[in-house]
Design a protein around this ligand. Structure first.
Ligand code: FES
Length: 105
């Protein structure tokens, strides 16, 4: 098993329509997950970055949310358009993207 540098969990929780919290699935998490998956493939990061989906991570109203371990970096409000920056800055250069950090994390 590779010794991954970053283990990424993207919340893909979906709640019923009209739920007061909404969910990351309603806010575009699947596009985020797909964009990360494609970036791992196109940049050949298979041995550095492991991507998994997760159930609710907690900060639903700020979704789509994701967390990166072992550094315990939380992102909120991520869109597919943000993924290239996260991949380059965080996963490759080691610098988390400050503007996308979950407030208070
Ligand atoms: S539904 Fe994604 S954090 Fe709760």
């Amino acid at each position: 098993m590779p010794d991954w540098k970053h283990h990424v969990f993207v919340c893909t929780n979906k709640r019923p329509p009209g739920h007061p919290k909404g969910s990351c699935a309603d806010r575009g998490c699947n596009e985020v997950r797909l964009a990360i998956s494609e970036a791992i493939e196109s940049k050949e990061l298979y041995e550095q970055v492991k991507l998994n989906t997760s159930d609710c991570l907690g900060p639903c109203r700020q979704g789509p949310c994701m967390v990166v371990y072992p550094e315990n970096v939380w992102y909120a409000g991520v869109t597919a358009a943000d993924v290239a920056e996260i991949v380059q800055s965080h996963f490759i250069d080691g610098q988390p993207v400050a503007r996308l950090l979950l407030p208070g994390s």
